[in-house]
Design a binder for this molecule. Structure first.
Ligand SMILES: [Zn+2]
Length: 304
């Protein structure tokens, strides 16, 4: 699932390519995923089309893992890409309800880029398209003055990157009971982290994913905070992690996958100590960790 670095990369890619363009057409084969919150909770796609065709894309930004498109006419489109969704900019044509790349489309022929379920045609002849193999993405259109009140955005905690300071980080974490991995994943504590980066920053700080937040020393909090800043900055610089379907707006993979130390490395040797990376189930997901580097009693400065 795209996390903060992937969504940030998408925002930066789209800002260059589609801001200032006007939407001339919109097409979908998943009208049930598109909600027009101007008209209650309607998924009337014809009304969505009427509202959006002719609108100009004024600005694109991010809140946590959500993409926000500020449009003219006082509209805001809020998109959560969920598991496999990612926005692409290219040129396609519709043949028998399938979008095929035009000969002049510069996107690679990567299978992850072939599942177009929502396509905005722009006034320069290009398309802004959502490729989403599993069709879980959520698209909601709000009047601009109301979007901040939408329940999912309202409940989000402060952004994990780039501006969060150490005091607020501690304040947000210390208020929660529970295991550190679960707390870091909670979007109300901080917005933007998911399974990939929580695994990576717990490894960098040498903290076991099941450690209760209440037992973390202030030294460990410092290590965790610094690891978070460093890893998120680096991941953004590398265009995010294309572990599964996520691709950049130009269809290419993000290259942070090469820098992953534990995520997706179950049963492979730890780069630091050679022990086999293990995994532990937490709710519906798995956390990957090194049992030696991240042993439960591993405190900074403690001799092992
Ligand atoms: Zn290790």
């Amino acid at each position: 699932m795209p996390e903060l670095p992937e969504v940030e990369t998408t925002v930066r890619g789209l800002q260059k390519k589609v801001v200032g363009r006007t939407i001339t057409r919109v097409w979908t084969d998943v009208p049930e995923r598109i909600k027009n919150k101007q008209a209650g909770d309607s998924s009337d796609f014809a009304a969505f089309q009427r509202a959006i065709v002719g609108a100009k894309i004024k600005e694109i930004s991010r809140r946590g893992k959500y993409l926000l498109f500020q449009l003219s006419r006082g509209l805001t489109l809020v998109v959560h890409q969920k598991m496999t969704g990612h926005f692409l900019v290219g040129r396609w044509r519709l043949v028998n309800r399938k979008w095929l790349p035009r000969p002049d489309c510069s996107l690679s022929n990567d299978p992850a880029n072939r599942f177009l379920h929502l396509v905005f045609t722009l006034d320069n002849g290009q398309q802004l398209a959502l490729s989403d193999a599993r069709k879980f993405a959520r698209i909601e259109l709000y009047p601009a003055e109301k979007f901040a009140d939408c329940p999912v955005l309202k409940s989000l905690g402060p952004e994990a990157w780039p501006d969060l300071n150490f005091n607020l980080f501690c304040h947000q974490l210390r208020r929660r009971k529970g295991k550190i991995k679960t707390v870091l994943l909670n979007q109300e504590v901080m917005a933007g982290l998911g399974n990939i980066y929580t695994d990576e920053l717990l490894f960098a700080a040498r903290i076991h994913p099941l450690t209760p937040v209440s037992s973390l020393s202030s030294g460990q909090m410092q290590l965790l905070f610094r690891a978070m800043k460093r890893i998120l900055s680096s991941a953004v610089a590398h265009g995010g992690t294309s572990f599964s379907d996520y691709r950049k707006a130009d269809g290419q993979r993000g290259t942070y996958s090469r820098h992953l130390k534990v995520y997706g490395r179950y049963n492979q040797p730890c780069f630091r100590c050679g022990s086999m990376i293990q995994r532990v189930r937490i709710g519906s997901r798995f956390a990957c960790f090194c049992p030696d580097c991240q042993s439960a009693g591993n405190f900074p400065g403690k001799k092992r």
